[in-house]
Design a protein around this ligand. Structure first.
Ligand code: 1PR
Length: 526
């Protein structure tokens, strides 16, 4: 019956739940949105993809009677799946801007990961989980990786141990899923965990009565390093949005009339890379600094179409800043970012605007709270905000020659210089700024960035390997995850960057466009 294919979704409007919707539809189910508490009580199966901050979510749930309905629904053991914050809200309270009271169905307090011992927070990445009891939905995921993105977690205890169906290890063992009867909740994102995640969702949607099989107990979890496929996107001279790729940021052919290199259509290529096993896909709208992205609606369309079929995290960057259009209408950077999130992005990436913000912050020592970076991370959480750095290597003879942090380079410069600093640029590498990558990285971490995408203009498109000196410098300077980028030309380059630096992920473009390597790079083998 039509009832059987209906999934009730509790979306209280705090962020991107488009991916969850897309995944449910992809699996052949229809979605009914909760409008009032009665819709919860009459649901066949309820999915609760909590997004945003704990306190804000509880406030909305309490205001309109949803919290009571939710507790009643769960106490009646009706099929329920909570995702991420949808797991955390079931516990007694959270320390996130708190203490804040939760739904109180499960004993335990939601606390922050402790970054004081060098642990990178937010925890962003693919982990295996250790299954501790049959859940009926996680049966097959032993040894498989699922995608996590969170700064808060609940620890296992005697009081909640009967609920726990799996744990995960990130600096410490935390609860990655709970199960009791028909009630399930997961800390990771099944809608962003590729085929493994889709199979978990499918099982939940198909079974209300769970037929479970016996499980062997698991191996220890291990954080997998992520490999990210990047698509640099821009409008070509004919007006089509194309994937392009530069050589040290120069995307023109230098023959046949200097055309912008055209490597294919963004949606198709993203779909291909997902099928090939990319852990994440990033779109960088590389002319966003001059073409306003909300005027450039095709980019939003690319996100909408891509997110219908790509079930791993999507990042989009380019042109995130305040803007006044020709008719005098003002758009805030928050509006631009919100539009990207609504269209299916999980993270946004800020380039040029973050450089200007960091410069001002270092000059004044004041956090105004008004920058794009601060506003977007306050509203969407710092895990949703990437800062993309486009540095250029500047050789010097001695560290005393510049006011910026230098490194002793592995390969000396053209005049035998033994040191270098890395100058930040804006507008796609066109303009150098008086700030180094090191100073920028530390400043944006303080201002609320959740991750750093570290490019290197010198290495971009060269296929000669990542700039290990640079990546070591930055990944040791901050506690947020760093994505190494620019220069991958062989599988060995990925293993090198993970062996020699503490980068959490590696991003590449050309190597995948040239189809020299499938995206799936089995790092344990290299
Ligand atoms: O400044 O907020 O509008 O953001 C613009 C964004 O576009 C920034 O993230 C900036 O890095 C990017 N961008 C601007 N111009 C270019 C260009 O190439 N002309 N692309 C550009 C950046 C670097 C990576 C590339 C890696 C890996 N390209 O995206 O994919 O270097 O390449 P490889 O594996 O082939 O070596 P804003």
């Amino acid at each position: 019956s039509s009832q059987d294919s209906t999934v009730t979704l509790l979306d209280y409007g705090a962020g991107n739940v488009r991916s969850v919707r897309n995944a449910i539809r992809y699996l052949g189910f229809d979605i009914k949105d909760v409008q009032k508490p009665e819709d919860i009580l009459s649901a066949n199966r309820l999915v609760f993809p909590g997004v945003g901050a704990f306190a804000a979510a509880m406030e909305v749930l309490n205001q309109n009677g949803m919290a009571d309905a939710l507790c009643m629904y769960i106490e009646k053991d009706r099929p329920f799946l909570g995702i991420c914050l949808g797991l955390q809200l079931l516990f007694e309270s959270s320390e996130e801007n708190g203490p804040v009271k939760g739904l109180g169905l499960i004993p335990g307090v939601v606390g922050r990961f402790d970054s004081s011992s060098g642990l990178r927070v937010p925890h962003i990445g693919w982990n295996t989980v250790q299954i501790t009891k049959d859940s009926g939905i996680l049966d097959d995921i032993e040894g498989q990786h699922v995608y996590f993105v969170h700064s808060y977690r609940v620890l296992p205890s005697d009081a909640n141990k009967d609920w726990i169906s799996s744990t995960c290890n990130y600096g410490e063992s935390f609860i990655s899923s709970i199960t009791r009867g028909n009630i399930h909740a997961v800390q990771f994102h099944p809608e962003k965990s590729g085929d493994v995640g889709l199979s978990i969702l499918r099982k939940f949607l198909n079974t209300s009565s769970s037929k479970t099989k016996k499980l062997a107990c698991g191996k220890a979890s291990k954080l997998a390093k992520r490999v990210i496929s990047c698509l640099d996107v821009r409008t070509n001279d004919k007006g089509d949005l194309v994937v392009t790729k530069g050589d040290q940021y120069d995307v023109r052919e230098h023959r046949d009339g200097d055309e912008v290199r055209n490597l294919g259509k963004p949606v198709e290529l993203a779909g291909q890379y997902y099928k090939d096993g990319a852990d994440e896909v990033s779109f960088l709208n590389i002319t966003g600094f001059r073409d306003f992205p909300l005027g450039d609606l095709p980019m939003l369309q690319v996100l909408r179409c891509t997110s219908e079929n790509v079930f791993v995290p999507l990042t989009v960057g380019g042109g995130i800043r305040d803007f006044t259009d020709g008719s005098g209408r003002h758009y805030s950077s928050l509006e631009v970012a919100s539009e990207y999130f609504r269209s299916g992005a999980d993270k946004i990436s800020i380039g040029s605007d973050a450089v200007l913000t960091a410069e001002e912050y270092l000059r004044t020592g004041v956090k105004t709270g008004k920058s794009s970076l601060e506003q977007i991370s306050r509203v969407y959480g710092n895990q949703a905000v990437v800062v993309s750095i486009d540095p250029r290597r500047m050789y010097v003879r001695s560290p005393d020659d510049v006011e910026f942090k230098t490194v002793k380079v592995t390969t000396p410069g053209p005049f035998g210089e033994e040191y270098a600093w890395y100058q930040c640029t804006v507008s796609g590498g066109r303009e150098g700024r008086p700030i180094g990558a090191y100073e920028l990285a530390k400043a944006v971490e303080e201002l609320g960035a959740g991750e750093i995408l570290l490019n290197c203009i010198d290495c971009d498109g060269q296929g000669q390997g990542f700039d290990i000196d640079l990546i070591k410098l930055i990944s040791e300077a901050v506690t947020i995850p760093v994505i190494a980028s620019s220069g991958a030309g062989a599988v060995e380059h990925f293993s090198e960057v993970f062996k020699k630096t503490s980068a959490s992920a590696a991003l590449a473009a050309g190597i995948f466009h040239r189809k020299e390597e499938a995206v799936q790079i089995n790092l344990e083998l290299v």
